[in-house]
Write a protein that binds this ligand. Structure first.
Ligand SMILES: [Zn+2]
Length: 346
């Protein structure tokens, strides 16, 4: 019998939606509090795991804020980024677009340029050690308002090493997309790609507004778009990709169970959906688990899961020629995996 889980683990993967802070391993969180001057809300890995249980979405944001405040020095980002990529590489992820919420840390007194350098050292070391590639996207963090977002674009203009896109994360309900229209327009003129978190903590209007006012190429989450069939058609027509994060949505209560997650319906409809971890450590997941859960709970076949990989590559912000090269390599790797595993079982 073919071992389907082994097959799924072996699939090449691409991750589009993962936050650096949310990837902090429990052990590394303990190191951060020892290493810096942060207050110590936990003593052991078991404490951290208990701390990473959420009553709802706003409770998750509260916990996330505590974690980001544990980062007290710029150079700590090197280890966080390296470990994020090490964990992804273990799941055979070949390419990552990692999200850095720079404004959170600058407001706590850290230096943007030094943090970016530390992150890019982590990226370079992971590439050397695991062969994994990583670009960055900057989360403007919508809670600080559009004027602050404009400042963040100034930082990127002055120093944009390895940054390919912007995003707005944070409190979606209180900070709708429309006031960010000018910022997204300027970001586009700067040659940056455009993504927004939408349809996670707010309803379908948030998704529609991100498309109409911000002209995003991809939506982060997009779960609540499923409540509006016209919007689903609109997303398909406009060829907008959706970065879905099933385990994240389960843990924060956005969906009651994985069986009710709209990723299956969106995929069947032909929308370019991808699967991602969001905050792997804080949600106790990784890319292998996301793929395996889709197989177990939503009946994704191995070839459908491989299609999610191809979707993620196709809608990534890599140059066209590079995408075509990787697409070819992925398809060859896929053929080899199938052949080896099936021969093994003859
Ligand atoms: Zn996210």
């Amino acid at each position: 019998m073919v071992n389907t889980e082994a097959l799924i683990r072996a699939l090449p993967k691409v991750e589009q939606h993962v936050h650096i802070v949310g990837s902090t391993r429990p052990e590394t969180l303990l190191w951060l509090v020892d290493d810096g001057e942060a207050e110590k809300p936990f003593e052991t890995v078991a404490d951290v795991r208990r701390f990473f249980q959420y009553r709802n979405f706003s409770h998750f944001i509260e916990v996330y804020m505590t974690v980001f405040r544990c980062i007290t020095r710029e150079d700590q980002f090197q280890r966080l980024t390296y470990e994020l990529l090490e964990d992804d590489a273990r799941c055979n992820v070949k390419f990552v677009e990692a999200s850095f919420s720079a404004p959170d840390h600058v407001r706590e007194g850290l230096d943007y340029g030094l943090m970016l350098d530390a992150i890019n050292r982590g990226v370079a070391n992971a590439r050397r050690d695991f062969g994994i590639h990583c670009n960055l996207r900057i989360d403007l963090v919508r809670n600080y308002g559009p004027d602050f977002g404009m400042q963040v674009l100034d930082w990127i203009e002055n120093k944009g090493d390895n940054i390919v896109s912007i995003d707005i994360g944070g409190s979606e309900e209180k900070f709708p997309p429309k006031p960010y229209a000018r910022i997204y327009e300027r970001a586009r003129e700067m040659g940056l790609h455009l993504v927004a978190h939408a349809g996670e903590a707010a309803g379908p209007q948030s998704v529609r507004d991100a498309i109409d006012y911000l002209h995003v190429e991809r939506i982060g989450h997009g779960v609540t778009a499923s409540q509006d069939p016209h919007l689903v058609d609109y997303i398909l027509r406009r060829n907008i990709a959706i970065e879905m994060c099933p385990t994240s949505n389960l843990r924060t209560g956005v969906v009651p169970c994985l069986e009710k997650h709209p990723i299956r319906a969106f995929f069947d409809k032909g929308i370019k959906v991808t699967v991602n971890t969001d905050d792997p450590s804080m949600f106790n997941t990784d890319m292998n688990n996301e793929y395996i859960q889709l197989h177990k709970r939503l009946n994704f076949t191995v070839s459908e899961l491989f299609q999610l990989t191809l979707n993620a590559l196709d809608t990534s912000f890599l140059p066209k020629a590079q995408k075509a090269r990787i697409d070819k390599a992925f398809k060859e790797e896929y053929k080899d995996i199938i052949t080896v595993l099936c021969n093994h079982n003859d």
